[in-house]
Design a binder for this molecule. Structure first.
Ligand SMILES: C[S@@+](CC[C@H](N)C(=O)[O-])C[C@H]1O[C@@H](n2cnc3c(N)ncnc32)[C@H](O)[C@@H]1O
Length: 249
């Protein structure tokens, strides 16, 4: 145990990841109070958030008594949304100010089926094989690939055998590759998917938000949801802005 801790302390990759985490923690501490307001209070943001939660709810097929983790829960946007639909869920995040928002939101809605923890995804405070399912939305795209791989190890450790991990990435094929050219916009390429999920079974890839869908939803909300759900499978999934990868341990 001691050796393990010492090895970690001198591992430059690990030190790099920990300092990267500190930068992100500082960013999100500043952003917490306006995080939801900036991204999800306008029509298009609300539509994306609700569409994602609907898709997640269907993918998770949560059963009574299951333990589900929302990794990098932030302001609890996803976990509170799922708890409102009846899912029992744990939210974990690195940034106290974000978790504070999440706790306030859950308390304001009187939700009892949700709880929050503060931790780095690189070192989750849970025993092996704890969770039946894990979700992670709008998190992996802010991480360098090496860090994604390290966090995947933790995910595999705390997930029960047979459990599923649902994780969102930006699709490189959205907008016909134009997004992939943006340096600030981290996408996942097929070879990275194979490397990241080695040792797990890829179950499916579900697309979220075809380009232009928010405009359609603005004109006709029901049509927006119906098209969003209909065009989420191959080959349209790859053309969507975000892609949800479902992998089984
Ligand atoms: C873009 S927000 C996404 C929040 C939420 N999942 C959502 O969809 O709204 C990214 C979150 O990742 C958290 N985060 C960043 N690095 C982390 C780490 N190493 N471990 C756990 N959480 C982390 C930040 O604090 C922030 O709340």
């Amino acid at each position: 145990m001691k050796n393990h801790a010492m090895n970690r302390a001198v591992d430059p990759k690990r030190v790099g990841m920990e300092s990267y985490s500190s930068v992100k923690q500082a960013d999100y501490t500043k952003e917490a109070a306006v995080y939801d307001l900036k991204r999800f209070s306008h029509e298009a943001g609300r539509f994306y958030a609700e569409l994602t939660n609907q898709i997640l709810f269907d993918l998770l097929q949560a059963k009574k008594g299951e333990r589900i983790l929302d990794l990098a829960t932030g302001t609890g946007r996803v976990s509170v949304g799922l708890a409102e639909k009846g899912v029992s869920i744990f939210g974990v995040d690195l940034t106290w100010k974000m978790v504070e928002q999440a706790k306030g939101k859950a308390a304001g809605k009187g939700l009892q089926n949700i709880s929050f923890h503060l931790a780095n995804a690189l070192q989750l405070p849970y025993k092996d094989n704890t969770f039946d399912k894990i979700v992670s939305i709008r998190f992996f795209h802010i991480l360098p690939f090496e860090m994604q791989k390290a966090i995947l190890q933790e995910v595999r450790r705390v997930l029960k055998p047979g459990g599923i991990f649902v994780v969102e990435f930006n699709s490189p094929f959205a907008g016909l590759f134009l997004w992939a050219l943006r340096r600030d916009h981290l996408v996942i390429w097929p070879r990275q998917v194979r490397e990241l999920f080695r040792g797990m079974t890829l179950v499916k890839k579900v697309g979220v938000m075809m380009p232009g869908l928010a405009r359609i939803a603005k004109m006709n909300l029901d049509l927006g949801y119906s098209l969003g759900r209909r065009f989420d499978r191959f080959p349209f999934n790859h053309l969507c802005n975000q892609i949800l990868i479902v992998a089984r341990k």
